[in-house]
Design a protein around this ligand. Structure first.
Ligand SMILES: [Zn+2]
Length: 162
C-alpha cells in the first residue's frame, strides 16, 4: 500500500485513506467537533497540526506561533494550551494587537527554516473513522491520536534543520 503508485497521495506525503486526503479528514473533523464540545477541546491542536503539515494552505506569518503552541501542548498538555489560546482571544478582543502574544511561547523553538518536511509518521488521513465518527472509541483515545499527530509534526519540522 505504502508503495502503490496508483494510491492517491496528499501533499504532506501521506497515502490517502478511505475518506480521501488530509483535507477531507480535516473538514470531516471540523464538522463533527462543531456538534461535540468534548471533541472540540482538541480544535487548536487539530488546526495547528493540519496547517504545519500542509503549510501551503497556511498563512506563513502564523506558522511560527503555531509551531511554538504545539511544543507547549506536548510539554504542558491541553489545558495549558487552552489557557494560552483563551488569553490570545481576550487580547485580540480588547484590541491590544493582532496576531499572537509571544510571551508564553518565547521559551519554545522557532519554526526551523528549510521546510516543509516531506514525511510525517502520523497524519490526518491515517486517523480511523468508524461508524461515521472520529470518536467512536472514546474522546481520550481521539485525543491521544491528535497528540501523536502533533508529536509527529514537531518531530519532522525539527528534522528539517539537520
Ligand atoms: Zn496530508
Amino acid at each position: 500500500m505504502e508503495d502503490d503508485p496508483i494510491a492517491a497521495r496528499c501533499d504532506c506525503g501521506a497515502v490517502a485513506g478511505p475518506l480521501g486526503v488530509c483535507a477531507d479528514y480535516y473538514h470531516a473533523i471540523l464538522a463533527e467537533e462543531q456538534a461535540d464540545p468534548q471533541m472540540y477541546r482538541w480544535h487548536a491542536p487539530v488546526v495547528c497540526a493540519y496547517l504545519l503539515q500542509h503549510p501551503s494552505r497556511a498563512h506563513e506569518k502564523y506558522l511560527d506561533g503555531q509551531f511554538r503552541q504545539m511544543q507547549l501542548y506536548l510539554d504542558k498538555g491541553l489545558d495549558a494550551l487552552l489557557r494560552v489560546a483563551a488569553h490570545q482571544v481576550a487580547r485580540n478582543r480588547h484590541g491590544v494587537g493582532s496576531g499572537y502574544d509571544m510571551a508564553p511561547l518565547a521559551a519554545y523553538e522557532p519554526l526551523p527554516p528549510g521546510g516543509p518536511p516531506r514525511h510525517f509518521r502520523a497524519t490526518f488521513c491515517g486517523l480511523p473513522f468508524r461508524d461515521g465518527s472520529f470518536v467512536s472509541d472514546g474522546h481520550s483515545t481521539y485525543g491521544d491520536r491528535i497528540e501523536a499527530i502533533v508529536g509527529a509534526t514537531v518531530e519532522s519540522w525539527r528534522s528539517v534543520q539537520a
